[in-house]
Design a protein. Structure first.
Length: 542
């Protein structure tokens, strides 16, 4: 048991660091100089007193009146953009009233903040009725009002302008945003960046989960966020999903944009439990902490003016690590990084084979073993989610099987089981008592293959392979050079801490339906971490 203690401690440290990254910030008090969740929540208390859907027009009147009143009190002129009557996909007819306001800037360019003020009606037979829209999208509306209040209170003239759009009928088919884009596009000629604030849950960290196409320049802007929380992988996944938010309408017209949402706890989403009593002040604070610095930087810096300021030719690859650390680099730099990693690891593998620390046949065998583990994980996850759907009499969908009892326990239980298998496998030696690096070389090789595949298929996901490869490889080399085997465990700590939030967000976004994909994604870093954790055994006997 003592032999396994360092590895166990490394995994525990990684898990703790990983969950630490998921904690939203502490809400700032009523008199805080910056964004304050406590102040912003007062708007949610008013807006979300009762359900207010586009299918019940009188229920939206007090909500619009509140938003108008708040903006007018800041000295802003509020415009009402009326569209309709419009028939939505559900057969309801409604007249839309979007609300708009702006703080002009010297350059004539504007950043547009968007959120929707309608709450979700019961659209499908199984859905619950009566969401008060405290999170969805009270978070967005309240964040925008708080930001408008802070900007107008400072009275300093802006270099670039900030516009605010509160949309109607989002929940019944993105109607408000679509009407703006289809019937009023000319009014958005001055907008060069759109920030949309959404919610698909009620708590947890706020994720920047979607961007426009070729997001390099928008991501440079997003780096200004305090406690930025985003993974380029999410953008690639979201682009392949049928889901849409108001931002979709803007992106379809070629706008650059950033989209933010909380994802945690679908059991509140579009239900009566989405009410002011259940909001998370930490999450609300996290919206403000990320968006306010971006808005302030945009408003103050002449470089962000002009129509082309956010036009790029490529995407960024990026990820968050620990609370507040955010790493991003261009697609071109990513290709270079992948190439260098491949050369480095292949050279090291060649040297390892040449010095008889492993055989080529053994390495290839281990590459197949780890690939087999990945396929088995995929099959186990798919099978489990499929059987669960059957047992629940629910329709099985790869990206949507919500409300599975004890889903979190089930998901993490399977990940832990997979980790144990990887650890046990990683310790198996072809030649007993002699150091054999074939398991490690196999795991490095498999991750390298996946890195190169991802680089072509889903470039936003390359960091899931390149970062563990880089850190694990460096840790093993460090352990070799210093003759301190325990140094290799740095790779384990890093890999686990990187993947805990990724897997958590993945399971929140795609639910238990995607359990198979989740385990598949987990299998590669766990194969690497398992063999790195056990390469210590071999080193000890050298
Ligand atoms: Zn919404």
């Amino acid at each position: 048991m003592r032999k396994h203690l360092p590895a166990l401690l490394a995994v525990c440290a990684g898990v703790l660091l990983g969950f630490w990254a998921l904690l939203p910030p502490r809400p700032a008090g009523l008199n805080a100089p910056g964004f304050s969740a406590l102040r912003a929540r007062r708007d949610i208390d008013v807006i979300a007193k009762a359900p207010h859907t586009a299918w019940d027009p009188p229920s939206l009147v007090p909500v619009r009146d509140h938003i108008r009143g708040r903006l007018a009190a800041m000295g802003l002129t509020v415009t009402t953009n009326r569209y309709g009557p419009i028939q939505d996909a559900f057969g309801h007819t409604c007249t839309l009233e979007n609300l708009a306001a702006s703080i002009p800037g010297r350059s004539g360019s504007c950043l547009l903040l968007v959120s929707h003020f309608d709450s979700a009606p019961k659209k499908r037979p199984k859905e619950e009725e009566g969401s008060c829209g405290a999170g969805d999208d009270g978070y967005g509306v309240a964040t925008m009002l708080e930001i408008a209040g802070l900007l107008t209170a400072s009275k300093a003239p802006l270099e670039n302008g900030i516009r605010f759009l509160f949309t109607d009928g989002e929940e019944t088919g993105l109607l408000g945003a679509r009407a703006e884009m289809e019937r009023n596009l000319g009014a958005y000629q001055d907008v060069n960046l759109v920030i949309n604030l959404e919610a698909r849950g009620i708590k947890g960290p706020v994720v920047m989960f979607e961007t426009g196409r070729n997001n390099l320049a928008s991501l440079r802007m997003y780096r200004r966020a305090h406690r930025a929380f985003a993974y380029s992988f999410a953008v690639d996944v979201y682009r392949r999903m049928p889901n849409g938010t108001d931002l979709t309408e803007f992106i379809n017209k070629g706008f650059s944009g950033l989209n933010f949402a909380v994802l945690e706890d679908l059991s509140y989403y579009h239900t009566p439990r989405d009410n002011p009593a259940n909001i998370s002040l930490g999450s609300l604070q996290h919206y403000g902490e990320q968006v306010l610095p971006v808005v302030r930087a945009y408003a103050a810096d002449a470089r962000y003016g002009g129509r082309e300021a956010f036009v790029s030719r490529q995407d960024m690859v990026y990820f968050s690590w620990l609370p507040g650390l955010f790493f991003s680099w261009s697609r071109n730099a990513d290709r270079l990084l992948s190439g260098c990693l491949a050369v480095l690891i292949l050279a090291w593998a060649g040297w390892t084979l040449a010095t008889l620390q492993a055989t080529l046949a053994g390495t290839l065998r281990w590459l197949l073993v780890w690939a087999g583990l990945a396929v088995a994980s995929l099959a186990a996850g798919l099978g489990t989610s499929f059987l669960l759907a059957k047992a629940m009499h629910a329709m099985w969908r790869l990206t949507y099987l919500p409300k599975v009892p004890h889903e979190r326990l089930l998901t993490w239980g399977m990940v832990v089981a997979l980790a144990l298998v990887a650890y046990v496998l990683g310790g198996r030696r072809a030649h007993k008592g002699r150091m054999d690096r074939a398991p490690l070389l196999g795991a490095l090789g498999l991750n390298l293959v996946l890195l190169l595949v991802m680089s072509v298929v889903m470039p936003g996901g390359t960091f899931l392979f390149s970062m563990p490869l880089l850190v694990c490889f460096a840790a093993v080399v460090l352990a070799d050079v210093t003759q301190r085997p325990v140094a290799a465990l740095i790779g384990v700590v890093f890999t686990v801490s990187l993947f805990v939030p990724v897997l958590h967000l993945f399971s929140l976004a795609l639910t238990t339906g995607a359990l198979g994909i989740l385990l598949l994604i987990a299998a590669f870093p766990l194969a690497l971490a398992g063999s790195v954790a056990r390469c210590e055994d071999g080193l000890g006997r050298r």
